[in-house]
Write a protein that binds this ligand. Structure first.
Ligand SMILES: *Cc1c(COP(=O)(O)O)cnc(C)c1O
Length: 362
């Protein structure tokens, strides 16, 4: 039977698991790699753009790839509880995998600063949710301290098992394309994911599954761009709550990914993020959350600046993958706020037809 059985099963030989590892899976991974035809048209000749849509994972973000490994290993090592700090998606994922694995989960989230859908997920899966009067960086500092003192496993991306699981996204992309892309665009928050993707590409090169690695292009929100600015941001601000992080745990590793791959880490403004968001949802038909759109915003910005000119001249055609990290339904408030409103009508057919605009549209 060729049915998909999750990332641990599919990429077992590349992961730190053995027959003794109790695999806790919700069949994460195997996510779509979609051609972005509308974007390609906008960017012009030679651009072949793909969107790696991680919103179709079981809890609707890429965090599940890492969480299946982190929770499985925690249970293998006898842990009875996991804990994380979260801008939302890590807590949603930890809560679900802990529930499935039959262990306790506690999450620390910044009060009033996570998207509604993510809060619902953590609560519904039975995690103990602590709404902290502080930001993500405060939450991470606290869980680090707690896990040093108490027998509870940290499942943020500083847990290396998270990175191991998340690197499988690179494997899937290469398996699908038959090669690595030339460039990989990705949002950067706590910087675990750019670290994981780069590790995945390097390992596939080492195993001779691919012949070259892509340049990694990471994008931070302008109000939360410590790596670009070169110092921690005390009060990070952005509409893209999933990347509202002022002092990323994998800061140095993200810089390594950038430098080893010959890539960049740059800034996109909230306005550019929301412009890209609108294109992804209304032109490509894919519902991602605001933070995810930072990858596409970065691609468009760099294209406009002529960053890809040299590669286009040399190769004629370039393959670019943008990771769409999470599902748009996680943040319904932003989705509704940035869309035209619903139009109210009576049940009179003439009024309905008029309000649809049938006579002047078709
Ligand atoms: C976690 C997350 C990010 C940021 O990933 P890092 O590994 O923290 O850099 C971006 N987008 C979404 C939707 C996320 O959940």
């Amino acid at each position: 039977m060729n049915e998909w059985q999750g990332v641990i099963h599919h990429y077992r030989e590349y992961l730190p698991v053995s027959d003794a590892t109790p695999v806790v899976t919700l069949l994460e991974g195997n996510t779509p790699l979609l051609r972005a035809y509308w974007l390609e048209q906008q960017l012009g000749k030679g651009f072949e753009v793909y969107l790696k849509y991680e919103g179709t994972n079981p809890t609707c973000s890429f965090k599940d790839r890492g969480m299946t490994v982190a929770v499985s290993k925690a249970i293998e090592e006898g842990q009875k509880a996991v804990i994380c700090a979260s801008t939302g998606n890590t807590s949603a994922s930890a809560a679900a995998y802990a529930a499935r694995g039959g262990i306790i989960c506690a999450v620390l989230i910044p009060k009033d600063a996570i998207a509604l859908g993510k809060l619902a997920q953590a609560l519904v899966h039975g995690a103990t949710v602590i709404a902290l009067r502080g930001n993500f960086d405060d939450a991470l500092r606290l869980v680090r301290e707690i896990t040093e003192k108490y027998p509870i496993r940290l499942v943020n991306s500083i847990n290396p098992h998270r990175i191991e699981g998340q690197k499988t996204a690179s494997f899937e992309i290469c398996d699908r394309l038959g090669s690595a892309p030339d460039f990989h665009c990705i949002p950067v928050g706590n910087a675990g994911n750019i670290t994981a993707y780069w590790k995945g590409y390097k390992e596939y090169l080492q195993y001779k599954k691919i012949e070259y690695t892509p340049r990694m292009l990471g994008f931070q929100a302008a109000g939360a761009a410590p790596i670009v600015r070169g110092f921690p941001i005390e009060k990070p601000e952005t509409i893209a709550t999933a990347i509202r992080i002022g002092n990323p745990a994998s800061w140095k590793k993200a810089e390594n990914a950038r430098d080893e791959s010959g890539g960049i880490i740059d800034i996109v403004t909230d306005e550019e993020i929301m412009d890209a968001y609108k294109i992804i949802v209304s032109k490509e038909g894919i519902f991602c959350e605001p933070a995810s759109a930072a990858s596409v915003a970065g691609l468009m910005k760099q294209a406009q600046r002529g960053y890809f000119k040299k590669a286009l001249q040399e190769k004629g055609k370039i393959k670019i993958v943008c990771t769409l990290t999470g599902h748009g339904l996680k943040d319904p408030d932003v989705a509704i706020k940035y869309s035209p409103p619903a139009i109210e009508s009576s049940t009179n057919i003439d009024e309905v037809v008029e309000k649809i605009g049938l006579s002047n549209k078709l």
